[in-house]
Design a protein around this ligand. Structure first.
Ligand code: ATP
Ligand code: MG
Length: 405
C-alpha cells in the first residue's frame, strides 16, 4: 500500500490528501479532528443533514450508505476511506474498495457484524469465547444444551449498547424470547459471573505491523459503557498478558487493517450454583472494527490517540507504539445529565467539573440530549491511578452520576 502523506498533492491530482469516513457519529468526528490536525482533508458520508462528524468535516456528502452516486462522490473526493459505523453495509465498503484504499476491509467488518460469525472467528483464532449456541430454526432451538441456561439471547446482527438482548432462565423463557425477537437469527450465551469487563485496542497496518494500547477496565450500566479505567485496577499481570495476546491474535487472524477493539469478560471460575464455567477465566465477548468508546481516554492519557492510530493505519504511516503517560479514567456523559431531577432541561455544571485537576471535557456537538444518548465524555488524568480515581469520583458526584466505581 503506498503511503499517503498528509498535506501532499496526490498522484496526478492537484489536491490535498483527503480521507473519507462512512458515518457521521462521534467516532467519525474525533477521527476527523485527528486527521485534520495531521494535515488531511476529510469528507464524511452520512444520510443525515446534521451530524457530529459532518459538522466538522471539510465536506459532507449527504447520501445513504448504498447510494451509488454518493459512494462515487466519496471515492472521487478521497484517497483512502474508513468507517466509523460498524453496521455500514459491507457492500458499501466493497464498492469503495474497487476504487480506493479502504480499511478496515468489507470482509473484516462483515465478521464483526454477525455475532455467530464473530464467535466462529474467535474459535478459529484459538481465543476462548462464552459457551453459546446459534439459533436460526426450531431444530436448533430444541437442541439447546440446558447447561447454557440461565443465559442471554442476543440477535446475531445489529445489536449495540445491550439492545436486542434478553435474559432467559428456562427453556420456555428462551422460546418466548426468541418469538419476541421475531425469530431472527440469534446467539444464546451462557450468563457468566463477571469479575470485570476488559477491552484491548490494537492497531494493525497493511504491512502487518501491530501495536496495542494497555488493557482497559470497563464498567457498564444498563448495557452501556459508563466508566473506563486504565491501568485496569483489578487485573493481575497474567490476565493482562492473556488479554493483549488474544486481541493481537484476533486482529492478525482477520488480516485486519486499522484500529480494532476486542472486548473481554473476566469471569469467576464458578457460577452462583458452584458449576464451573467457560474454557478459562478470560473469554472474548465481541469486537468492534473501529476506535471504541472504551478507548476515548487515549486522547488525553496517551502520547498517541486511538484516532491518530486509525489515521496512520489508513494512510500507511508507521504506527507508533502508544505510551500511556497518565493514569486515566473516562466517564461517559449520556443525555440523562441534561435533565434535572424535576425532569426539566439543565446544563451540567462543567465549570465546577473543570475546576478539578486533570479534567478534559469532550462534547460531540449533538443538538438534542436524550436519555441514554452519548453526548460526550470526560477524561481525568493524573500521576497515579488513585489520584485519577479520586478526581473521577468528585466529578461524578458533581454531575450526579453514580459513584459505584
Ligand atoms: P456494545 O455496545 O458493546 O456493542 P452489545 O449490545 O453488543 O454492546 P454485549 O457487549 O454483548 O452487547 O453485552 C452488553 C453487556 O451485557 C456486556 O457488556 C455485559 O455487561 C453484559 N453481558 C453480555 N453478555 C453476557 C454474558 N454472557 N454473561 C454476563 N454478562 C453479559
Ligand atoms: Mg459490548
Amino acid at each position: 500500500m503506498p503511503v499517503l502523506l498528509p498535506g501532499a498533492e496526490t498522484i496526478g491530482e492537484a489536491r490535498q490528501a483527503t480521507l473519507g469516513v462512512l458515518g457521521g457519529g462521534q467516532l467519525g468526528r474525533m477521527f476527523v479532528h485527528a486527521a485534520q490536525a495531521m494535515g488531511y482533508r476529510c469528507v464524511v458520508l452520512d444520510p443525515d443533514a446534521i451530524s457530529p462528524a459532518g459538522a466538522v468535516a471539510d465536506k459532507h456528502v449527504k447520501a445513504d450508505y448504498l447510494d451509488s452516486f454518493g459512494l462515487a462522490q466519496l471515492a472521487r473526493d478521497c484517497d483512502a476511506i474508513t468507517t466509523e459505523f460498524e453496521n455500514v453495509p459491507a457492500l458499501a465498503l466493497q464498492t469503495l474498495a474497487g476504487m480506493r484504499v479502504v480499511a478496515p476491509s468489507a470482509a473484516a467488518v462483515a465478521v464483526c457484524q454477525d455475532r455467530a460469525v464473530e464467535k466462529a472467528h474467535f474459535q478459529a483464532a484459538g481465543v476462548p469465547c462464552a459457551p453459546h449456541a446459534v439459533i436460526t430454526n426450531d431444530i436448533e432451538l430444541a437442541a439447546v444444551d440446558p447447561a447454557l441456561l440461565p443465559g442471554i439471547l442476543k440477535t446475531s446482527r445489529m445489536g449495540y449498547d445491550g439492545k436486542g438482548q434478553v435474559r432467559v432462565a428456562t427453556a420456555a423463557d428462551l422460546a418466548d424470547a426468541w418469538d419476541n425477537l421475531r425469530r431472527v437469527p440469534c446467539v444464546l450465551e451462557q450468563l457468566l459471573p463477571l469479575k470485570a469487563e476488559l477491552s484491548v485496542l490494537v492497531a494493525r497496518g497493511a504491512d502487518g505491523q501491530i501495536v496495542n494500547f494497555p488493557v482497559q477496565q470497563n464498567l457498564h450500566r444498563g448495557g452501556i459503557l459508563a466508566v473506563t479505567e486504565v491501568p485496569a485496577p483489578d487485573v493481575p499481570v497474567e490476565v493482562d498478558r492473556l488479554a493483549v495476546a488474544a486481541a493481537r491474535q484476533v486482529a492478525q487472524a482477520l488480516d485486519y487493517v486499522g484500529v480494532l477493539c476486542v472486548e473481554f469478560f473476566w469471569v469467576h471460575e464458578h457460577d452462583a450454583a458452584g458449576r464451573p464455567v467457560g474454557d478459562g477465566r478470560l473469554v472474548v465477548n465481541e469486537m468492534a472494527p473501529r476506535p471504541h468508546n472504551s478507548g476515548h481516554w487515549t486522547m488525553d492519557g496517551c502520547d498517541v490517540s486511538q484516532f491518530e492510530l486509525q489515521v496512520r493505519a489508513l494512510t500507511g504511516l508507521p504506527l507508533s507504539e502508544p505510551r500511556q503517560h497518565s493514569a486515566s479514567v473516562m466517564l461517559n456523559l449520556l443525555g440523562d445529565l441534561w435533565f434535572s431531577d424535576a425532569g426539566g432541561p439543565t446544563t451540567p455544571a462543567w465549570d465546577r467539573v473543570l475546576a478539578l485537576p486533570g479534567t478534559h471535557l469532550h462534547l460531540y456537538g449533538k443538538a438534542a440530549a436524550r436519555h441514554g444518548r452519548k453526548m460526550g465524555h470526560l477524561n481525568i488524568t493524573a500521576d497515579t491511578p488513585e489520584g485519577a480515581h479520586d478526581v473521577a469520583l468528585q466529578a461524578a458526584a458533581i454531575l450526579g452520576l453514580p459513584t459505584d466505581f
